[in-house]
Design a protein around this ligand. Structure first.
Ligand code: NAP
Length: 248
């Protein structure tokens, strides 16, 4: 019996990076996968086919995570197609980094919408089928930057810190319904989002990381699998860092 056999997982922002690795890891463990993306049509189509080849049901949805009405439509569509939603991974996110002196209101709003409002938007929808089933696992993608802050990333850090407060509150609010809510705080993970960091040489970043390397998306997916499955059945309201000991 696989860890997520017959479960339905909804993963946002899975056309690339960490979300893609989570979708694949969950499918390898038997889950049927609904996933979203914003603009990468070809990559989404390719992932849908790859997941189906793993023997599970899989469907891609083009849906803007920052749009409340779109989240409502998405959850309705997924329940109609898959029957329920057992696991929700709020992973979609962006960064628009700037020093505060230069940070524009539009940059602030874009990051808040994609990273934080998105988590409110979809969590509010997925708790309906979860309450009906009296079971559910919600996993929110925060960041070590949300735990510790980082100069030049005020909007990103604020959005990721907001996710942590939201996660702890939802865990308390819905614990009695057997709905768990946890956050993952990755450090530097090798994806498009961190690609630019390597331009000046990755080694200078390694000095900050005791494990002396960036993490791989699959290593974050392993934490997500633990939080999604029954192995973590008494774990809720927690933030798990996946950062090579950078933030302890
Ligand atoms: P990525 O490679 O840039 O991928 C981002 C994914 O999110 C893509 O699938 C993208 O879709 C999707 N997306 C972006 N905005 C969206 C929106 N408004 N609606 C729906 N989908 C949207 O990023 P990543 O590095 O995998 O990061 C994934 C999550 O982990 C993010 O929340 C990020 O903040 C967090 N995180 C990353 C790191 C890191 O080092 N990489 C560290 C800590 C936390 P398209 O392909 O269609 O654009």
């Amino acid at each position: 019996m696989k860890l997520l056999e017959n479960k339905v997982a909804l993963v946002t922002g899975a056309s690339r990076g960490i979300g893609e690795a989570i979708a694949v890891k969950f499918a390898e463990n038997g889950a049927n996968i609904a996933f979203t993306y914003l603009s990468s049509d070809e990559k989404a189509k390719a992932l849908e086919a790859r997941l189906q080849e793993l023997g599970v049901k899989a469907k891609a949805y083009k849906s803007d995570a920052g749009d409340f009405a779109a989240a409502e439509q998405l959850a309705n569509d997924v329940v109609k197609e898959f029957g329920t939603i057992d696991i929700c991974v709020n992973n979609a996110g962006i960064s628009k980094d700037n020093l505060l002196l230069r940070l524009t209101p539009d940059q602030w709003d874009d990051v808040m919408a994609a990273n934080l409002k998105s988590v409110y938007n979809l969590t509010k929808q997925v708790i309906r089928p979860m309450m009906k089933a009296r079971s559910g696992s919600i996993i929110n993608m925060s960041s070590v930057v949300g735990v510790e802050g980082n100069g030049g990333q005020a909007s990103y850090a604020a959005s990721k810190a907001g996710i942590i407060g939201f996660t702890k509150s939802i865990a308390q609010e819905l614990g009695s319904r057997n709905i768990r809510c946890n956050a993952i705080a990755p450090g530097f993970i090798e994806t498009d989002m961190t690609h630019y960091l390597k331009d000046g040489g990755a080694e200078k970043w390694f000095e900050k990381i005791p494990m002396a390397r960036f993490g791989k998306p699959e290593e974050v997916a392993g934490v997500a699998l633990f939080l999604a499955c029954d192995m973590s059945s008494y774990v809720s309201g927690q933030v798990i860092n996946a950062c090579g000991a950078m933030c302890t």
